[in-house]
Design a protein around this ligand. Structure first.
Ligand code: I6G
Length: 674
């Protein structure tokens, strides 16, 4: 027992020390795993000797029972509020007033970030955390001791021995941006309501009756000052007080610094403003405080705000405004995004009149309706978004959003496949919004392989109005192309030649080139194998499409929707008219294909063909080519330098062919190259 007691104390000291290095110094010394090991050892010892548990043990952050209601705590010293400055002039005025009252030429200030969180006061008696309260109305706050104890960066006991017997510290509890994002992503995945911003999330988390809930929330805290202090005099400068707090294990922002005069204040404001987006937490401004405490006493207070401090605010990142309408935008890939048209509002430093609503599910989840008053948020360079609706301000005639069934750009059907969040325009080949993307894909190497038709040239040809859809490519004349940026006679002639050459293709390549959603190379190959002709694919039913190996309901729905659009069919016909052709595929029923149902893995490099070519050969014989070896694999084809996949195949006793055997197999099925 004596040994256990000694070890328990040792572990507690060690854990507290590492907490200090991690949270206060921001310089962890040991890996997380080692820290966890110490904590687990302590937990094990304490459960064996429960009589040795003390409230300040690092294992005792979460109290056992939820509270029934929040108690009220009267602050021994009021928690003040701060005056605000919104411009450089207002900061200059503040500095002038301070200098005049103090009758000095220049003043030393401490400049600090103003975190967008929740102000709290935490009381330590003889170094032990005994109480924590919210600011409340500044005189009385709520008792949140049980929840503040769960915040890992708040020490349960102070470091060292030279702290005042009574020390009340003041600071801001906040939720780091990363933690906020993760929490909201989790809430979203579960279909739960998300928090509007980290501040609300911090407030909601601190105001939990059950500390186990708070403990799950990623809260943190920075101290910015002191309240009641008894039994020991503190240093006579604020900057030194903050250093003392750090020494006692309390977390103080590393961004805090001393500056001289108004020039120093404004320079700090600019520097922190530039850093704002890259900080791991949200700040809504900076706070300037006179550094010398005797000067503070001289300056005193007006009403509830000190004359010796002021908050210099950044432009707000959230504002209220009216949602006038919801329109939809069609993206390059056909994704249809609802966009809020707003009564223009100044937010995040710019005037915002449009904000994204992401997708239909988001609109439903946030219950956004036309006519609502909404919170618009613009943080940094991020696209402005409608963060939430103010339901109490909803007018009676607020109108729910209805996703259009026709694309507003090209009139094709809009479909939303079950399980997908995004609705899409199905006029991929024709829709002006998707034009450039469709042409780039069509020309790409694995599609029509049009040599020399890169992304830049597609942009130019589209912007010059020379092509509107993929079929227009085949109407291009050399003299139309000559004279475009970096296009001389020779390059133009080469392009026309490449276009001619591309006309001789294969059905799988052509299908892939159409850019039907979810139809990649392998699916295109399977469709060609199964149906043999384009007409058969164009007219296939949903059920027939699903009979193709690898084509499930989602892929089938995309294919069906694509060929149901008259505009897409028109473009396909224009392409055939232009002379696109492919060798006739002898129709082979899937069951008659020699490798039907076989799952094959290619690994290592082959000397006679590329992996892509080998894959196509195998798929043409009905095989399914996959990327990893498993029990479901029937055959592995191993070229030179085959590594772990070959080893796994040997281990699983799967049949393996080398390149020579593979070529022989293709020959047997009359599919050998050359
Ligand atoms: O609400 C506050 C946020 C940050 C503050 C504050 C602060 O310093 C960084 N400082 C004081 C003195 C007060 N409120 C009253």
């Amino acid at each position: 027992m004596k040994d256990a007691s000694k070890r328990i104390q040792q572990l507690r000291d060690e854990i507290n020390h590492h907490n200090y290095l991690y949270y206060v110094q921001d310089e962890p010394e040991i890996p997380d795993a080692e820290y966890d090991r110490c904590l687990r050892e302590l937990q094990a010892l304490e459960s064996k000797y429960p009589e040795l548990i003390t409230p300040d043990s690092p294992t005792q952050r979460v109290g056992a029972e939820p509270v029934k209601a929040f108690g009220q705590i009267r602050h021994k010293l009021p928690m003040l509020s701060l005056d605000n400055a919104f411009s450089d002039e207002e900061v200059s005025d503040f500095d002038r007033r301070v200098r005049e009252r103090l009758q000095v030429d220049t003043v030393e200030y401490v400049a600090e970030p103003k975190l967008d969180g929740l102000a709290v006061s935490i009381r330590y008696e003889n170094g032990q955390l005994v109480q924590a309260a919210t600011r409340g109305d500044g005189v009385t706050g709520e008792d949140v001791t049980h929840n503040v104890r769960t915040i890992a960066s708040v020490p349960l006991s102070l470091r060292g021995h030279d702290y005042p017997p009574v020390l009340e510290i003041r600071g801001e509890v906040y939720m780091p941006k990363a933690g906020f994002q993760q929490m909201n992503e989790r809430a979203k995945a579960k279909g739960e309501k998300e928090f509007v911003n980290p501040r609300n999330a911090a407030a909601g988390s601190l105001r939990q009756l059950d500390p186990r809930v708070s403990a799950e929330r990623p809260l943190a805290m920075y101290c910015y000052g002191v309240g009641q202090v008894e039994g020991l005099a503190l240093p006579d400068k604020h900057s030194d007080v903050l250093s003392s707090l750090r020494q006692w294990g309390l977390r103080v922002s590393p961004e805090i610094t001393t500056v001289q005069g108004v020039t120093g204040l404004l320079k700090y404001y600019r520097i922190l403003g530039d850093k704002r987006d890259s900080l791991p937490y949200e700040i809504d401004g900076v706070v300037y405080k006179v550094n010398r405490l005797d000067q503070r006493d001289q300056l005193g207070f007006v009403a509830r705000a000190p004359r010796w401090a002021i908050a210099h605010k950044f432009p707000a990142q959230e504002e209220l405004t009216q949602l006038l309408d919801i329109e939809v935008q069609v993206g390059r890939t056909g994704a249809i995004t609802p966009v809020a048209r707003l009564e223009p509002v100044f937010v995040g430093g710019v005037t915002v009149s449009n904000a994204t609503l992401h997708n239909e599910d988001e609109v439903k989840r946030k219950d956004v309706r036309i006519g609502d008053t909404v919170i618009v948020r613009r943080a940094g360079d991020v696209i402005p978004e409608v963060a939430a609706v103010v339901l109490s301000k909803r007018p009676k005639n607020a109108k729910p959003f209805v996703m259009p069934t026709q694309c507003p750009v090209c009139g094709s059907d809009v479909i939303k496949i079950e399980g997908e969040a995004v609705a899409r325009c199905t006029g991929g080949l024709f829709c002006a919004a998707q034009r450039k993307q469709a042409i780039k894909h069509f020309a790409s190497r694995k599609a029509m392989d049009i040599d020399g038709l890169g992304d830049k040239l597609v942009e130019q040809l589209s912007d010059e109005g020379l092509i509107h859809d993929v079929a227009d490519l085949y109407t291009l004349k050399q003299d139309q192309v000559t004279g475009l940026e970096r296009m001389g006679e020779k390059s133009a002639a080469n392009l026309i030649e490449a276009l001619e050459k591309s006309k001789h293709t294969s059905l799988p390549r052509f299908l892939f080139a159409l850019g039907i959603r979810e139809v990649g190379e392998a699916t295109a190959q399977s469709l060609a194998n199964y149906f043999a002709t384009l007409e058969a694919i164009e007219t296939a039913s949903l059920e027939q499409l699903q009979d193709v190996p690898d084509v499930g309901p989602v892929v089938a729905a995309h294919i069906l929707a694509f060929f149901q659009q008259p505009h897409n069919i028109e473009v396909v016909e224009k392409l055939i008219q232009a002379g696109i052709n492919w060798p006739v595929i002898e129709h082979v029923a899937e069951t008659e294909q020699p490798l039907a149902g076989q799952v094959i893995v290619l690994t290592g490099s082959l000397s006679t063909m590329s992996r892509d070519e080998a894959k196509q050969e195998l798929q043409a014989l009905g095989a399914k080519v996959t990327g990893s070896v498993s029990k479901k694999t029937d055959l592995v084809i191993a070229g030179t330098e085959a590594g772990s996949k070959l080893a796994k195949a040997q281990q699983l006793d799967i049949e393996i062919l080398d390149e020579a055997q593979f070529i022989k197999m293709l020959k047997v099925h009359d599919k050998s190259p050359g």
